[in-house]
Design a protein around this ligand. Sequence first.
Ligand code: G3P
Length: 218
Amino acid sequence: MKLFVDTGQVEEVQQAAQWGILDGVTTNPSLIAQSGRGFKETVQAMCEILPEGAISAEVVSATESEMLREAYEIATWAPNIVIKVPMTKAGIPVTSRLTSEGIRVNMTLVFSVSQALLAAKAGATFISVFVGRVDDISNDGMNTIEEVVGMVDTYGFDSEVLVASIRHPMHVVESIRLGAHIATMPFKIMQQMFAHPLSDIGLERFTEDWRKAGLSIF
Ligand code: G3P
């Protein structure tokens, strides 16, 4: 399973990359707007930090021709960029066109298995299925992940299911259980994944026993 960080902050990418567990980054227009830095400089910095990773950068227009124009521009910024395209009637032909030209697409704002089927048929490399925003309106976002993973497996699509809009580590745990290919999460949640009280207690005990015995490695 791949782990992506969902952020507009270059420093967070830097930190997660240092851990050696980071496979990619997802950004979106809101995250970039919050970053306080320019779109191109932010994305290029992330691409440099993680040259083997997939860095998703999103188009912001609504029409097919404008989305394509933006996608071609963004795609020149670095070789490891993936173009994020919204799930709309215009977004699907844009995805088909870009993928047929070898430009990878992350289809975003997917909320149902029928939308995900269209994304898979258009050749999207990643299908971003949002879970938190569905939970926010009193539904179970993970149900859609189960359906989409099943759909991709049943028909043998190459697309990878990317769990997005993750709100807490249990979303990651459920994503693992359902066999999702990728989880993208805020940096804070990645940090929370380290935590287990028994790890802390266990380490304290080992350290104390070692200290009491007066042993040394060197
Ligand atoms: O980048 C897409 C995404 O993960 C959005 O998350 O928290 O704004 O629903 P959120």
